[in-house]
Ligand binder design. Structure first.
Ligand code: SF4
Length: 316
């Protein structure tokens, strides 16, 4: 909720073919690794990016992370060594490659939690095997509209097995799955981010869980929540950690003011109030507003910065 966890997207490879898979075409089916929005090539890059994001934990996802088990085990071991035992690590899988031997390696590297996307008997077998290990076992599924009967049966079985909690995610619409969802007759919600009916199905299931008084906890995560809260908060942490002296941070973005070559810019530079940034001078937005001069640049706090907007100070 605090955006305090990074996302380690460890590979885009996956043996499943879920029609609702939301992974972008740039990642889907490709053996690429990202931390949040940043491509990384080795474990040192992973540590650097997680440090820059001031994260207190990581979710390892994909694709199917178990297809690159060696990479995952190395990452978990190194992250625990660098950030300490309280750095929380959870791993998503649909069950492929989950066995006693792979779980032994993951748990001894420091894995805290296994989150299983339940697709088949293989997934449920993975849940059962993982319950034998000292690791939290959780199920996490997108909610297909109209699937409440299946979800009720699944949650009943997970409760019987002793699973700690279930996350139900509102089904997201993305560039990749929009056509596939439309072909199956699903409609997009007015917010443009999720499938109509997913929320209502999830709420039906939550009410059933409450009425039954089950031990297991069931959580519902709306798609818009990630955009409006989790993502900006995660960006805000990275912006705060990597803020340059001439930048201010607001709403997950960084902002500075640029001045071209002029007498004013040179005077500010000589007075240590401006910094040379390539061909221009950069000043703090506070100074730009005071002087009512310069161009405001707004960017995502990535390395290098990804510019989103430019406008004159006078337009603020
Ligand atoms: S298991 Fe996950 S990554 Fe693989 S196809 Fe299904 S939704 Fe996509």
């Amino acid at each position: 909720m605090a955006g305090a966890k990074s996302v380690l997207f460890v590979t885009g490879l996956c043996p499943e073919g879920c029609y609702y898979c939301p992974i972008s075409p740039q990642r889907k089916g490709r053996d690429v690794t990202f931390v949040n929005e940043v491509p990384v090539s080795d474990v040192r890059d992973i540590v650097d990016e997680i440090a820059a994001s001031m994260s207190e934990g990581v979710g390892v996802t994909g694709g199917e992370p178990m297809l690159v088990l060696d990479r995952v085990v190395t990452a978990i071991r190194v992250l625990k060594e660098v950030f300490g035992k309280d750095f929380h690590i959870h791993l998503y899988t649909s069950g492929t490659g989950v066995s006693r031997s792979s779980l032994e390696r993951l748990v001894s590297a420091g894995l805290d939690e296994l989150r299983v996307h339940v697709l088949s008997k293989l997934s449920l077998d993975a849940v059962k095997t993982a319950l034998e290990f000292p690791v939290d076992v959780v199920a996490e599924n997108p909610v297909i509209p109209g699937s409440s009967k299946w979800l009720v049966e699944l949650i009943t079985e997970l409760d019987r097995l002793g699973v700690r909690y279930v996350n139900l995610n509102e089904l997201e619409v993305s560039e990749l799955n929009a056509d596939s969802l439309a072909m199956r007759g699903f409609k997009t919600s007015p917010n443009g981010r999720s499938v109509a009916g997913s929320r209502e199905t999830a709420l039906t299931v939550l009410m059933w869980v409450e009425d039954e008084g089950l031990e297991i906890s069931v959580h519902y995560c709306p798609a818009i929540y990630k955009d409006r809260h989790q993502y900006p908060k995660r960006l805000n942490r990275r912006a705060t950690a990597t803020k340059r002296v001439f930048e201010e941070v607001e709403g997950g973005l960084v902002r500075w003011v640029e001045l071209g070559h002029s007498g004013l810019a040179r005077s500010l530079y000589l007075a240590d109030m401006a910094i040379k940034l390539g061909e221009v001078f950069a000043i703090h937005p506070r100074i730009g507003r005071e002087l009512r001069s310069g161009k405001v640049v707004e960017a995502l706090p990535l390395s290098p910065r990804k510019v989103l907007n430019e406008y004159e100070v006078s337009e603020e």
